[in-house]
Design a protein around this ligand. Structure first.
Ligand SMILES: Cc1cc2nc3c(=O)[nH]c(=O)nc-3n(C[C@H](O)[C@H](O)[C@H](O)COP(=O)(O)O)c2cc1C
Length: 168
């Protein structure tokens, strides 16, 4: 499979980025190709109606068209997705009722600082985006307690293994 991983955090060296790296390495070790895209480093304009956008979304649509699995990731901010990921999701608007090429599968990885972090809102937003693009939902990984700056890497590897087995 070709795995496209969207890093939805602008925090370089943070937990979300680490989650993406571990997932990518685990997928590669299982024979897949993986690419991490740091959305914060792209030029993505806010959705402002159906018009031409001169930004990096065109490249992302092409990448999505040739990927098999899209892995969203986000830190939890105020119980939801980061605005970095949400801006990207809002720009998936062209997939509404269109036959644009897209990955067959989608999954999500989320990390939140509190041990009691609430993940349901972010999960719901990301699943809604996956439904709109008509990607099959493969599941999500929720890592609470990441304020300590350490993530459960074994859980990420297990998640990659589960996704890898489910998709093929
Ligand atoms: C603006 C902001 C809002 C946050 N809101 C929450 C929250 O609602 N629940 C929670 O558990 N953690 C919250 N956190 C903590 C982050 O989810 C946590 O530190 C996460 O690991 C950050 O990911 P990063 O290392 O990739 O930046 C928040 C952090 C920031 C900066």
């Amino acid at each position: 499979m070709k795995v496209l991983i969207l890093c939805g955090s602008g925090h370089s060296g943070g937990s979300t980025e680490r989650m993406c790296q571990v997932f990518s390495e685990a997928m590669i070790s299982r024979g897949h190709a993986a690419e991490i895209v740091k959305i914060s480093e792209l030029n993505i304009l806010d959705y402002a109606g159906d018009r031409e956008y001169d930004d990096d979304m065109e490249t992302m649509f092409l990448k999505m068209g040739s990927a098999d699995l899209l892995a969203f990731s986000t830190p939890i901010y105020f119980n939801g997705c980061s605005s970095i990921l949400k801006r990207f999701i809002d720009r998936l608007n062209p997939f509404w009722g269109s036959d644009l090429a897209h990955p067959e599968y989608a999954c999500a990885m989320m990390c939140g600082g509190s041990p009691q972090c609430e993940f349901s809102h972010a999960r719901s937003e990301i699943r809604s985006a996956a439904n709109t693009v008509r990607m099959e939902w493969m599941g999500d990984l929720c890592l609470p307690g990441t304020d300590k700056g350490v993530i459960d890497e074994a859980a990420v590897r297990q998640f990659a293994e589960k996704i890898s087995e489910k998709c093929v």
